[in-house]
Write a protein that binds this ligand. Structure first.
Ligand code: FAD
Length: 510
């Protein structure tokens, strides 16, 4: 079977759902959206409280890192959605745009078109905040964003009060004005149900468009090239190979899927491709490098002196962004974060009390300096990539992580939480010196699930994609997803990924 389209969008995750939806608004544009996974069928996906249990199911790519020397030699599990909606079907639903200054690095990389000011219309266009009617929040975009009020746990209210007493600014939300401060999390939840980006952008009306074709359970194996152009996709459906031709290709396969597909197609760092037995067609040394992720310490756990009521949301109900040198300052982009989870949350290998009898303060670094990379094992799509995030390799990351832990502990021991706190269980009172804290962090640090940066956008010739997100070396292929991010923003990145896709699509508006 061979079929021809104007645009082929590869990956129906957060970015791909937006791109396919927006491009198919033009009825003359024949769009095909190709997804390796199927339509969501598991009812647990829609239930916000179930998100931690969705991992390792058959719609999770279930990646693993290589052992990480600075996190006690541990292998880290990296869930990624293999389903229509992609990782937005598995994610924890927090909606945080990031601090405006975070995007200075993007503008430095790709010019003023990537500043926060330039991206703001894309954020606004994507969102509907039901709690606000003002110019800085979206009011009629596809993605429904909920700012909880009554549902916030009493424990979390006391966590926010502890922060306030320590001078941390109390914010209405994390998506307007300063980011440093504490607020309940804005969540992509509507009427108690998860809103994946596919739910938002691929509604029944959109799917009914005659010019939009969605192919599910269809994995793109590789791209076939003709000169300086991508000619077709070699895909596999039910074990059978099909070819899809298009004038333009938009790679939205995510921070792992996009660089891996390019490398399987012979586009990547020559030496690494040779090592994996892949013929190099276009030598692009940076593909797969610049890998960044947020880590969270799981966690500073407390046993409770009274039952902890179950979350009515998604367990992690409030983020507190802080400047580590002055917790009362909300100047500039924060460097650490503390989150309150109304459940025991401990990294594999650490023991926490049972559910209902404990709570957790998570802590992390917003702008890690450590950079990792992805490498192919071979050209065989069945073999997972070598994922080496080089967590905590930079000494500065370890030092800032210690400050984040100290902040969590200061809040955890605050009198405002006295009605809840029985005792600190993890790491426990014996952990005091910087060396002891470092060693706890090494065992507790776990992914916050924000890998990005593996097809870096920039104006410089060694960047993977140019500021228009066109792959350098192939003028009819764009990468539009988390992999183009030059530097990770402060917060969870889904809102930024959606904004990248919205921003990129604007150029095609008539
Ligand atoms: P994805 O959404 O991962 O989409 C990529 C799609 O491409 C997938 O559907 C995949 O199956 C498909 N694909 C890949 N390769 C191929 C191929 N060869 N052929 C066909 N299809 C292919 N972010 C937040 O902002 N807030 C949170 O609370 C949050 N929590 C998270 C919790 C978890 C457990 C996880 C996994 C992520 C979380 N994130 C969160 C991160 C956020 O979900 C991702 O950053 C975002 O969804 C990435 O979007 P993307 O479009 O780049 O990739």
């Amino acid at each position: 079977m061979k079929r021809h389209f104007d645009v082929a969008v590869i990956g129906a995750g957060s970015a791909g759902s937006v791109v396919a939806s927006r491009l198919s608004e033009d009825t003359a544009c024949r769009v095909v959206l190709i997804e390796a996974g199927g339509w969501p069928a598991d009812p647990n996906i829609a239930d916000p409280s179930k998100w931690p249990a969705l991992q390792n199911r058959d719609y999770d790519w279930a990646y693993r890192t290589v052992p990480q020397p600075f996190t006690a030699g541990r292998v880290h599990e990296w869930p990624r959605g293999r389903i229509v909606g992609g990782s937005s079907c598995l994610h924890a639903m927090a909606h945080v745009r990031g601090h405006p200054d975070d995007f200075d690095a993007w503008a430095e990389a790709g010019g003023p078109g990537w500043s926060f000011k330039a991206l703001l219309p894309a954020f606004i266009r994507s969102e509907t905040f039901r709690a606000f009617r003002n110019a800085s929040h979206g009011t009629d975009g596809p993605l429904s964003v909920h700012l909880p009020d009554d549902e916030v746990s009493p424990l979390v209210r006391d966590f926010m009060a502890a922060g306030e007493t320590l001078g941390v600014p109390r914010l209405t939300d994390h998506n307007s004005g300063p980011l440093s401060g504490v607020s309940p999390n804005s969540l992509t939840i509507d009427k108690g149900r998860r809103v994946s980006v596919a739910d938002a952008y691929l509604s029944a009306d959109v799917l009914a468009r005659p010019n939009l074709t969605v192919l599910t359970d269809c994995q793109v194996d590789h791209l076939q090239l003709e000169g300086m152009r991508a000619a077709r996709l070699a895909c596999v459906v039910n074990g059978e190979e099909i070819k899809i031709e298009a004038d333009r290709f938009v790679l939205c396969a995510g921070a792992i899927g996009s660089p891996m597909l390019l490398m399987r197609s012979g586009i990547g760092p020559r030496a690494a491709l040779k090592e994996a037995g892949i013929e190099c067609r276009i030598d692009r040394p940076e593909i797969g490098s610049n890998l960044q992720d947020h880590l969270l310490g799981l966690g500073n756990v407390y046993s409770a002196k009274r039952p902890v009521p179950p979350s009515r949301l998604q367990h992690s109900e409030s983020l507190m962004y802080l400047n580590s040198d002055d917790h009362s300052s909300n100047d500039g982009s924060p460097d650490i974060v503390v989150a309150c989870v109304v459940a025991p949350s401990a990294a594999p290998g650490l023991e926490a009390p049972p559910y209902g009898s404990a709570y957790t303060l998570l802590f992390g670094v917003t702008h890690p300096l450590s950079r990792g990379r992805l490498l192919p094992r071979s050209g065989d799509r069945h073999l997972p990539p070598i994922i080496d995030p080089r967590y905590l390799e930079a000494e500065a990351d370890r030092a800032t992580f210690r400050k984040a832990f100290d902040a969590a502990r200061a809040i955890g021991h605050h009198p405002a939480l006295a009605a809840w706190r029985a005792e600190e269980v993890l790491p426990g009172p014996a952990t005091r010196t910087p060396a002891e804290i470092d060693s706890f962090i090494a065992t507790a640090a776990s992914t916050h699930h924000h890998p990005c940066g593996t097809c870096r956008m920039g104006s410089d010739p060694s960047s993977v994609v140019d500021p228009d997100l066109t792959l350098r070396g192939l003028d009819n292929l764009s990468v539009v997803d988390a992999s183009i991010i030059p530097r990770i923003p402060s917060g969870p990145i889904n809102a930024a990924v959606v904004a990248i896709a919205e921003h990129w699509c604007r150029q095609f508006e008539g």
